[in-house]
Design a protein around this ligand. Structure first.
Ligand SMILES: *[C@@H]1O[C@H](CO)[C@@H](O)[C@H](O)[C@H]1NC(C)=O
Ligand SMILES: *[C@@H]1O[C@H](CO)[C@@H](O)[C@H](O)[C@H]1NC(C)=O
Length: 298
């Protein structure tokens, strides 16, 4: 092989190594096992969007669409794991190195202390100091550890790229109860995989620090699940919530109850918001299950 050939081979290897390590890119194509029919939601817009395949200890666990300009996730999409709902509070908070530098590790990493904070990290994403002074808000996970099972799956939810500032009362009295209701429902009546997408609508409210806009504060938090294989003998009170159902809540101090609604209703509400296109679709073909599969199984 001539010098040119060697050079080309080296380039190819470099390219291969780079692609293999990239967890932030312009699609979820290397991580689409967490999406129903490997299809991401359509119609949610943002500025400076980044597609994060969330890696922890070199394993992928879920995906997040991240808006770097407002330092907020737009949504996280994950598969629900049957779970007793235990939280894992001892995990240190992490960040996504590849948002700061594409050449960096593709694994989420523990946030450095304030004194050692790299300005590139702070510029590209939320850091703990953003939450420290914003006393109205708490971190709320889009993919919550209560919906994951192993300690690694739970730990992987503790990255700030999967968290948004939520009004404490809304999170503690309303959203957490909804997350638990869905956990019990899917534990009891979902027979196969359940795909969940949970996201935000932002309207311009920002958490500020040192006189600059830092994080977008969600106006709405919304969620939808898709469980194509469910218990067809489930009681009437839950039967109509399969294969898919959805919910939303307003992130505010009063009047914040979470409403459970059909997927189509959530989609119409979202289509009325800024940064949402009329072709919004959270699940491929609205999570409708092919009849042929059902017949073969019977
Ligand atoms: C959409 O917004 C309009 C005007 O603000 C309102 O009348 C309508 O009820 C909204 N539709 C939904 C589905 O929220
Ligand atoms: C959805 O609509 C927007 C404009 O409204 C367009 O830019 C985008 O390509 C559409 N997406 C798909 C998948 O059709």
């Amino acid at each position: 092989m001539g010098p040119m050939g060697t050079w080309l081979l080296a380039l190819q290897l470099l390219g291969w190594v780079w692609v293999g390590r990239a967890t932030v890119s312009n699609s979820f194509k290397d991580c689409n096992q967490f999406l129903f029919m490997k299809t991401p939601p359509v119609g949610l817009r943002g500025k400076e969007l980044q597609w994060i395949c969330q890696h922890y200890n070199s394993q992928p666990y879920y995906v997040t669409l991240y808006d770097s300009s407002r330092r907020t996730p737009i949504y996280s999409a994950y598969t629900f794991k049957k779970s007793d709902g235990q939280e894992r509070m001892d995990t240190p908070w992490m960040y996504e190195p590849q948002l700061a530098s594409r050449d960096d590790s593709g694994n989420m990493r523990v946030l450095p202390p304030v004194e050692e904070m790299d300005p590139l990290i702070e510029a590209s994403q939320a850091v703990l100091q953003d939450f420290a002074d914003a006393i109205l808000y708490e971190r709320g996970a889009l993919n919550p550890d209560q919906h994951q099972s192993t300690s690694e799956q739970k730990a992987a939810t503790y990255t700030l790229t999967n968290n948004v500032p939520l009004v404490t009362a809304f999170l503690e009295e309303s959203w957490t109860a909804y997350v638990d209701t869905v956990r019990q429902r899917l534990n009891n009546f979902c027979r196969g995989k359940a795909y969940v997408v949970t996201g935000v609508v932002v309207t311009g409210t920002m958490i500020r620090r040192r006189n600059t806009d830092r994080l977008a504060v969600p106006k709405y938090l919304w969620s939808a699940y898709c469980c194509p294989r469910f218990d067809r003998n489930s009681p009437y009170e839950v039967r109509y919530m399969f294969p898919t159902y959805a919910a939303y809540g307003i992130n505010q101090e009063v009047g914040y109850s979470v409403q459970e609604v059909p997927l189509k209703t959530l989609e119409s509400i979202l289509k009325n918001q800024t940064d949402v296109d009329q072709n919004l679709s959270l699940f491929y073909k609205d999570c409708i299950v092919e009849n042929t599969v059902k017949k073969r199984k019977k």
